[in-house]
Ligand binder design. Structure first.
Ligand code: SF4
Ligand code: SF4
Length: 344
């Protein structure tokens, strides 16, 4: 697997233009160059050269990065910041026992979640010619997503996949990431020729990234793209007002918009900064709670301003983060759960 030193050229291609500062949610709060890509790359150059050693201070700045990728979309040099920061985290991970302990605990939690989730029932539609595999990751099988796919006369196969490995990747625990990636391919061996559909933007993006990390190409589609392709037009039982938080890892917002526009009785109010990171990867960064609270408060304020009492999203981690800070003022739901429960 790639190492930080393999990204030397990419890191060197940073022109120090500072455009990343204009979109980074953390820099907006701190105003500190060490907390944005440009500053990160100066530190990482020093690490690769051997002028600096990976330290708690460097790790603090790596942890402040939300891995939202907003800066990469703007970067004229096209640098993939999330990959580079994760590889730098891997350097810290190797030599720090507390990081390994945190990963160990996370592994237990996610494996436990997965065992619980396999108890859910499978697709009811078992006579259709069209079949897809559903990948639910650590969120397990979403019965409402299955219901929507079934309504398009699609049979849904629900193998026992585990987490996609993303939570380990961004923590720099590359061995656990690889373990989850290999588990995915092992499960897939029994279902070689089907399309894979995922309800979670982060799972989808991670599965697509496997090839880059030594795996084979994964043909995975977001459920919104699948609904659009099949021209599925839905109708709610009664009028509902919603807003939508776009997960950073969602690359096909136009498909989400298509579903919104083609669902009757659905009033969509766009929230200010609807595509700004919810701060999920800073959620457990208790040492930086002041910075993180500002981030969460801004999102909370933007949601309240829409007047919508329902916030929809399509990433399990975003859903959990937004729910934690809703303070009972609005309900946060997965889009498919919302549709599954409210369609005629
Ligand atoms: S936008 Fe890209 S090239 Fe410009 S300073 Fe940031 S990381 Fe470097
Ligand atoms: S990934 Fe997000 S939080 Fe990290 S430096 Fe880029 S914009 Fe800032």
């Amino acid at each position: 697997m790639k190492k930080l030193s393999d990204c030397k050229e990419e890191i060197h291609s940073c022109s120090k233009c500072g455009l990343c500062q204009s979109v980074c949610p953390i820099y907006e709060i701190t105003g500190n160059d060490c907390t944005v890509s440009r500053g990160h790359f100066i530190m990482l150059k020093g690490l690769i050269k051997g002028d600096l050693k990976i330290s708690k201070t460097i790790n603090k700045y790596l942890d402040l990065c939300l891995k939202c990728g907003a800066c990469s979309k703007f970067c004229p040099s096209g640098i993939d910041v999330v990959d580079i920061i994760s590889l730098a985290k891997a350097e810290y991970f190797k030599s720090h026992k507390t990081e390994k302990l945190k990963s160990f605990i996370l592994n237990i939690i996610l494996k436990g979640l997965n065992t619980f989730n396999t108890l859910k029932p499978k697709s009811e539609q078992e006579t259709s010619e069209k079949k897809v595999i559903y990948f639910g990751g650590c969120g397990g099988i979403n019965n409402n997503a299955v219901k929507i796919l079934n309504s398009m006369n699609i049979e849904v196969i629900t193998p026992n996949f585990k987490c996609c490995g993303f939570p380990f990747f961004i923590r720099g625990d590359m061995n656990s990431f690889k373990e989850y990636m290999n588990n995915f391919y092992k499960v897939l061996e029994s279902y070689p020729d089907y399309d894979i559909v995922s309800n979670c933007a982060t799972c989808e993006k991670t599965l697509k990234s496997y090839k880059k990390w030594g795996g084979k190409e994964v043909k995975v589609k977001n459920i919104f793209a699948y609904i659009r392709e099949n021209n599925l037009k839905l109708e709610l039982k009664k009028r509902e007002k919603i807003t939508f938080h776009k997960p950073c890892n969602l690359d096909n917002f136009e498909d989400v918009k298509w579903v919104i526009e083609n669902t009757e009785n659905l009033d969509y109010i766009e929230m200010k900064e609807y595509d700004k990171c919810c701060g999920v990867s800073g959620f457990t960064n208790f040492k930086e709670h002041k910075i993180m609270s500002k981030l969460f408060n801004n999102k909370h304020k933007n949601i309240i301003e829409t007047g919508a009492k329902i916030v929809l999203t399509s990433c399990l981690a975003c859903k959990l983060t937004l729910s934690m800070f809703s303070l009972g003022k609005y309900k946060v739901q997965d889009f498919m759960d919302f549709l599954g429960k409210n369609i005629k």
